[in-house]
Design a protein around this ligand. Structure first.
Ligand code: NI
Length: 227
């Protein structure tokens, strides 16, 4: 499932991210790539141990925690600390699959990458190229979000970033280990959650149908979730 969440960050938060990243000590993005993806990856990355970048990562994690659409779609158990990257003209990232398990810095903490996430920090009009292209059973989907927009997709997807041909593309990337490992189960729960919200709005909280749907949601979650 491909999920787009506009306005994860507000205008002040986006401005803060850009200001901090303008002064970031960018390094070659291949430092965090796996063996196959290192050959395909050409971008710049803020060092994960840079204090200013780490603070921006905390800002993103806080924004995720307050966003109902993210919580409903991802059912997060663990979120990998966001990494910030920059693609300048000529840079791109060829087709690859993200590593299944990511280790957090030098620690033993690890995250299974059930979902991959890109948070766009540049406006689409500020650069050409740079589309995130995700392949699924229905073909390819090219995504070019507005600043502040989050895109979630299954970590199992083959994906790439098309070469940037003008300007610069700033983004944060991270991964989510979900309480519900399977994409099809998460998708079903998300749709059911949307239906419950709509049904509550139409019928009220005390309606027996609302009660029954809500019970169904929680009992499926109990069946499928690891918490
Ligand atoms: Ni990737």
């Amino acid at each position: 499932m491909l999920v787009s969440i506009p306005n994860l960050l507000d205008a002040a938060e986006i401005a803060n991210c850009r200001q901090v990243l303008d002064a970031a000590p960018w390094v070659d993005g291949r430092v965090t790539a796996g063996q196959q993806s290192a050959k395909a990856k050409r971008n710049l990355q803020a060092p994960a141990d840079d204090p200013a970048a780490a603070a921006l990562g905390e800002l993103v994690l806080t924004a995720l925690g307050r966003n109902p659409a993210f919580l409903s779609a991802a059912l997060p158990l663990k979120v990998f600390p966001p990494l910030f990257n920059r693609y300048e003209a000529g840079m791109g990232f060829g087709a690859h699959v993200d590593n299944a398990i990511r280790f957090v810095g030098e620690t033993t903490a690890r995250v299974r990458t059930d979902l991959s996430a890109t948070l766009f920090l540049s406006d689409a009009r500020d650069y050409d190229g740079g589309e995130l292209v995700i392949e699924d059973v229905f073909g390819e989907h090219a995504v070019k979000g507005e600043a502040g927009e989050l895109v979630l997709y299954p970590g199992s997807s083959l994906h790439r970033v098309e070469p940037v041909t003008r300007g610069a593309r700033l983004a944060a990337v991270f991964w989510v280990q979900s309480m519900v490992r399977r994409d099809d189960q998460r998708t079903l729960l998300q749709r059911l959650d949307e239906d419950i919200v709509a049904t509550r709005a139409a019928l009220g909280d005390a309606d027996p149908t609302v009660l029954s749907l809500t019970a169904g949601y929680h009992n499926l979650l109990r069946m499928w979730a690891d918490a």
